[in-house]
Design a protein around this ligand. Structure first.
Ligand code: NAD
Length: 479
């Protein structure tokens, strides 16, 4: 460990706007979810800080926009290199503030995000010649929007920040990032690491609670909001953004179904189903949240899943034996407990699995399976966003498609089995932005990702995601 983890309060006493470090009177505590205790605090931005940051970002915009795409690419690649050098300290901070096991913080989030930044830095939005006749030429090109606001949640704070920073900056925008108040440290460290690589004002990280988010969505100086978070907040963001007709990308909640076909190979798919549902302690937007299993293999799969789940250790992410961590914050913990209480009250068979190392405090909920609760129960109908999974029996394929689609969400879905013709037929009928077959939550910088229905608006990644950070511009010329 190379980072002075005992002096975090001093280390994160300021945020940077332009070249200036700012302290604030009001500060936000940062809580370690494994203990429930505050271990640091960060500045709380005021409206004046936001105005200042937006003015600085506007001043930086013409310079950044005028740079060649290759120069911006080089800076983003240099940033990726610097993040790679700081990988271990970023992973330590991530585990402390988010709770996830240190091993997966390093590999599944920090390394992954750095690779993603490098991939996006290589992307281009080339002009398209729409018409080129002897009499007329029409060219389509893209122009950056200006200053964009990036608002992210706490489940993958580094990954989701870089999923937005990379496309926003490579397309020539300047950006203001607001991390979740629950996970501000990695974002502030990211801003420090960007100093000297990105010109001042190109990327500003401001820490604050939901009020800062509201000021950003309402501010006339921000051209676009790219938001990832809950559907409830997404609605508020959309309403506020309407005042100035801001461009919007909304990546929102989900209640993803997984359908296991009767001839699925359980040895292969049970571990994948487990991690698909319980990775990051279930705090995954595209995690499996409803598991539909064919009658023929229901009991066999349930037994195999219980056996697998019982082998997994949950504990403090800093403990190397931990494979799963706590829930990230008290509100999330209370919500998941409430859904579990509802299951108990309604007499469902709930199966707690796995081991939790004994601890005095912390937001721990054991991995829990719920055996075939009714479709209208809270554990099926709501996005729990925690380590609790309803296993649901089905017999008829039309019926399972209807039940899988019977939700206001439409983020992801997955199908597990060997009959590829059947899997593809069902996949076509599922109302979700991404349907995986025999895999789940695989993303790629070149593949668009977005939700149907209440799961979002617009897409991230791929050419579509990149172009969402630009205004389309048509040039026509008579010859
Ligand atoms: P949240 O909506 O409470 O908060 C997200 C961010 O919005 C935070 O930074 C928060 O401070 C800010 N915020 C809160 N109120 C605001 C307002 N009125 N205006 C502007 N910003 C505001 O979400 P959360 O609890 O942090 O995250 C969990 C949710 O995120 C889950 O529903 C999950 O499914 C969703 N999520 C979706 C994706 C996706 O890609 N679709 C990815 C990750 C998480």
């Amino acid at each position: 460990m190379t980072y002075p983890l005992d002096r975090l309060e001093d280390r994160f006493s300021t945020f940077i706007i332009g070249n200036t470090h700012h302290r604030t009177v009001q500060r936000l505590p940062v809580i370690n979810p494994a203990t429930g205790l505050a271990f640091s605090s960060v500045p709380h931005a005021t409206p004046e800080h936001l105005n200042n940051a937006i003015a600085t970002a506007h001043a930086a915009f013409p310079i950044w926009q005028a740079m060649s795409w290759e120069s911006r690419q080089e800076r983003l690649e240099n940033l990726a290199e610097r993040l790679a050098q700081a990988r271990d300290e970023l992973a330590d901070l991530l585990t402390l503030e988010q709770g996830k096991p240190r091993h997966s913080a390093a590999i599944a989030e920090i390394d992954y995000s750095i690779a993603w930044l490098r991939d996006i830095a290589k992307q281009r939005l080339p002009d398209v010649l729409l018409e080129d006749s002897p009499h007329h030429q029409v060219r389509q090109s893209y122009a950056p929007l200006g200053v964009v606001g990036l608002i992210v949640p706490w489940n993958f704070p580094v990954c989701l920040a870089l999923w937005k920073i990379a496309p926003a900056l490579i397309t020539g925008n300047t950006a203001i990032l607001k991390p979740s108040p629950h996970t501000p440290l990695t974002a502030l460290r990211l801003a420090e690491l960007a100093e000297g690589i990105l010109p001042p004002g190109v990327l500003t990280v401001l820490t604050g609670d939901e009020m800062l988010g509201q000021w950003m969505t309402d501010h006339p100086g921000i051209a676009k909001i790219s938001f990832t978070g809950s559907t409830a907040t997404g609605r508020r963001v959309m309403a506020a953004a309407s005042h100035h007709l801001k461009r919007l990308t909304l990546e929102l909640g989900g209640n993803d179904p997984a359908i296991v076909l009767p001839e699925a190979d359980l040895d292969t798919c049970v571990p994948q189903l487990f991690w698909g549902a319980f990775g990051n302690s279930g705090q995954w937007c595209v995690g499996i949240k409803r598991l539909y299993v064919h009658d023929d293999i229901y009991l066999q799969l349930l037994d195999a899943l219980i056996a697998y789940a019982c082998s997994v250790v949950m504990g403090d992410g800093m403990d190397i034996t931990s494979q799963l961590g706590p829930l990230q914050n008290f509100e999330q913990y209370a919500k998941v407990r409430d859904i579990l209480d509802d299951c108990t009250k309604r007499g469902f068979r709930i199966i707690p699995c796995g081991e939790i190392a004994p601890r005095p405090r912390g937001y721990f909920v054991p991995v829990t399976l719920v055996d075939n609760p009714p479709d209208n129960s809270r554990v099926v109908a709501e996005e729990a966003f925690g380590p609790i999974l309803p296993i649901l029996r089905y017999r008829d394929f039309d019926d399972v498609v209807r039940r899988a689609n019977d939700t206001a969400y439409g983020l992801g879905a997955s199908i597990w089995g060997c009959d590829m013709a059947l899997a593809h037929t069902l996949a076509q009928r599922l109302d979700a932005g991404t349907v995986w077959i025999n895999e789940v939550y695989v993303h790629n910088a070149n593949i668009p990702f977005g939700g149907h229905k209440l799961s979002g608006l617009g897409v991230a990644h791929g050419a579509e995601g990149l172009s969402s950070y630009a205004n389309l511009k048509i040039r026509m010329m008579a010859r």
